[in-house]
Design a protein around this ligand. Structure first.
Ligand code: SF4
Length: 468
């Protein structure tokens, strides 16, 4: 019988079916960071548990790390405590830790792929919602809670319900100034933030076939924002070429053998899906959120939708969004004045994102009233960008060039919005208070659009700036 990638990966990792109807699933790769792991290690100690497979867990530090200094101890004692805890836990439990001194520190979902740890056909878990990023490689990857982190540390397994699969095909050609971020914001706009509940999203079609691995990561990263348990793209030659030569990817003949297996894990051409959605890529515009969830998004040339355009069960959150954002229905999103511009995060903090944003940064100077930050996703991204002179391009334009980390995506470090500031952000969540101020406001968009907004001082249409 024809199978999807989800079926194949699930079967390959099933230890047994549980009486609850869940599957005991073996986890091929476990990624941890400083925020969701300390309690899990504490539980391990209290229960006298040992690591089942220490070499299948990899650690880094990303959420709390300051981006303006690496000076220890950190000024924030809670951050210093989390950093000390992960150092101690990795030492005591024998876990490989990519800390600042390693030269590979970065956001957990940037580091895994760039080291070649993320490989097709794997199951991947991490105590972080955006673990779906790794699905870009044809993995089944999902975020887990702290007690599940403990379960994976102790048993390398999870008790989990197999999701259904919705295939989302996007065919045709994307227009000028339309990036992977716009594609996924458009998908979430169409299907809603709960459209994926109970599903894995399989992204297919010409648009994803043509995307680079970094663009595919941007798309899969935000699957969770559409409610999906995970999202994936079938592995192909683009995937294999990305992995070739990476530190943890197989080498020589082992690489060729791995490619045969990886290729075989892709969904069969005649596989059937629980749901299918078709989208014409040519219809997607540069997209911006106007509200308080990523589904509240519109093309940059559209006006903020009227309450009547929402289904009755969505009107309450729409009304909440108008009030919180102080954006009225019928008002164009273009021209909305911004205070802060943030380029970074596990959605859009990779080298190709910085290259696209730098092309725009070359066109002008950051508006006088805007604070603009560029935060590379990892030390490797930073090194590559600096070797290409992108740091200087950003500095010359008036952006601050920071050290790698999650930064203002979640603002668990000192990079925070103040008061009612509005931030044009390349991150993935525009929830109330997400960027560090309980009343701060976030407009999600592509990194190139953030750079354009930084220069204009307001939301602007990137298509007007790019050459014809
Ligand atoms: S960049 Fe943001 S979404 Fe990604 S792991 Fe860090 S805090 Fe989470």
């Amino acid at each position: 019988m024809a199978k999807t990638l989800l079926d194949k990966v699930w079967e390959a990792h099933t230890v047994r079916e549980l009486p609850s109807g869940q599957t005991q699933l073996f986890i091929g790769l476990h990624l941890i960071h400083e925020v969701t792991s300390p309690q899990a290690f504490q539980m391990m100690r209290e229960q006298g548990l040992k690591m089942a497979f220490p070499d299948r867990t990899v650690a880094t530090v990303d959420h709390i790390i300051p981006t303006d200094t690496r000076q220890r101890p950190y000024a924030d004692t809670q951050a210093e405590g989390m950093m000390s805890a992960i150092e101690r836990n990795c030492r005591e439990f024998g876990i490989r830790f990519f800390d600042v001194a390693s030269g590979h520190q970065g956001i957990v979902h940037v580091l895994g792929p760039e080291l070649g740890l993320t490989q097709p056909g794997l199951t991947i878990a991490c105590g972080d919602s955006h673990t779906s990023t790794h699905g870009a490689f044809g993995t089944v990857a999902f975020g887990i809670g702290t007690s599940q982190v403990r379960d994976v540390l102790a048993s390398q397994c999870l008790a989990i319900q197999k999701p259904k699969v919705r295939r989302i095909r996007v065919d045709g050609r994307l227009g000028k100034g339309v990036y992977a971020k716009d594609v996924i914001l458009h998908i979430i706009r169409l299907l809603g933030v709960k459209g994926g509940v109970g599903y894995a999203y399989e992204y297919a079609g010409e648009v994803f076939d043509r995307m680079s691995m970094e663009e595919r990561m941007t798309v899969c990263n935000m699957s969770i924002e559409g409610g999906a348990r995970c999202g994936y793209i079938n592995p192909d030659d683009t995937t294999f070429e990305y992995l070739r030569g990476r530190p943890f990817a197989p080498a020589g003949e082992a690489f060729d053998r791995a490619v045969s297996w990886w290729r075989a894990m892709a969904s069969d051409p005649d596989a059937s899906f629980d749901e299918e959605t078709y989208i014409d890529g040519a219809q997607i515009a540069p997209t911006v959120t106007w509200g308080i969830n990523p589904g509240q998004a519109i093309g940059v040339d559209e006006a903020i939708p009227a309450p009547q355009s929402f289904a009755p069960d969505e009107r309450e959150v729409a009304n909440d969004a108008y009030e919180y954002m102080e954006l009225a229905p019928g008002k164009p999103i273009r021209g909305t004045r911004i205070d802060v511009a943030f380029i970074g995060s596990c959605t859009n903090g990779r080298i190709s994102d910085l290259r696209e944003a730098a092309k725009v940064a070359k066109l002008g100077k950051v508006a006088a009233h805007v604070k603009a930050l560029v935060v590379p996703g990892s030390q490797e991204v930073a090194q590559e960008a600096e070797a290409e002179g992108l740091d200087q391009v950003f500095r010359d334009a008036g952006f601050e060039w920071r050290l790698p980390g999650c930064s203002m995506c979640l603002a668990m470090n000192p990079d925070k919005l103040q008061g009612r500031q509005i931030c044009a952000s390349s991150s993935n969540r525009n929830f109330k208070g997400r960027q560090g101020s309980p009343t701060g406001r976030t407009l999600l968009m592509s990194p190139a659009m953030v750079a354009a907004a930084a220069i204009a001082g307001e939301v602007t249409d990137i298509r007007d700036l790019l050459p014809q």
